[in-house]
Unconditional design. Structure first.
Length: 183
C-alpha cells in the first residue's frame, strides 16, 4: 500500500489530527514569518489569531468547494497529473520571478493588498486592528499555507476543507505562543 493509499484510507476524522500534527511540526516557520505581524498587533494577539483562524477556515471551505466542483467533473488521472504540473510550474515561476525581483510590485493585487495592510495598521482600536491584521495574514504569499490549501481542496468538501484549515491554523498556535518569551 502506497503512502497516498494509506492517507486515503484514514478515517475522515483522523485527517484533521494529521493536519494539526503536520502544522504543529512546521509552526516555527509560521511564527518566524508572521510573528512580526502578531507582535505589531499586540497587545491583542487573541484578536489577531481569531481573525487569522477565521480566514483560514473560510479559505479552507472555499478550497473544499472548489475541489468538489473540479474533481467531481474530472475523474481523468491525466487531468490530475496536468493540474499538478501546472501548479508546480506556477510555484517555480513565482519563485524565479521573486528571486529576479519582479513579482508584481505594480500589479493590481499587490496594490490592493498594500493598501489593505496600510489601512489595517492605521486603525486606532487595537482589537479591530489586530482582527484586521489577522484576517489579512492568510493573503500573504506562503508556500506552506498554499500546500495545506491544496490539501483542503482535495477533501472535495467545503465542510472538510474548513476543518482541514482549522486544524492547520490550530497547529500553528503553540509556536506563536512562544513569541513573547523570545523578546
Amino acid at each position: 500500500m502506497t503512502g497516498l493509499e494509506t492517507f486515503e484510507n484514514l478515517a475522515p476524522a483522523a485527517i484533521p489530527a494529521t493536519v494539526f500534527t503536520a502544522s504543529l511540526l512546521g509552526s516555527l516557520h509560521c511564527a518566524g514569518m508572521c510573528g512580526p505581524i502578531q507582535q505589531a498587533a499586540a497587545p491583542r494577539a487573541g484578536h489577531y489569531h481569531a481573525g487569522r483562524l477565521f480566514a483560514y477556515v473560510a479559505l479552507g471551505a472555499a478550497a473544499g468547494a472548489l475541489g468538489e466542483s473540479l474533481l467531481e467533473r474530472v475523474q481523468n488521472p491525466a487531468f490530475a497529473l496536468a493540474a499538478g504540473l501546472v501548479f508546480a510550474l506556477t510555484l517555480l515561476a513565482i519563485g524565479v520571478s521573486t528571486i529576479r525581483g519582479g513579482l508584481g510590485r505594480h500589479g493590481l493585487a499587490f496594490k490592493f493588498l498594500n493598501r489593505a495592510w496600510a489601512h489595517a495598521f492605521r486603525l486606532k482600536d487595537a482589537r479591530v486592528r489586530s482582527l484586521a491584521l489577522g484576517l489579512l495574514t492568510p493573503l500573504l504569499p506562503c508556500a506552506w499555507l498554499y500546500t495545506f490549501l491544496a490539501g483542503a481542496a482535495l477533501t472535495e468538501s467545503p465542510l472538510w476543507g474548513a476543518a482541514f484549515m482549522g486544524a492547520f491554523g490550530a497547529g500553528t498556535l503553540p509556536a506563536f505562543g512562544l513569541l513573547p518569551a523570545a523578546r
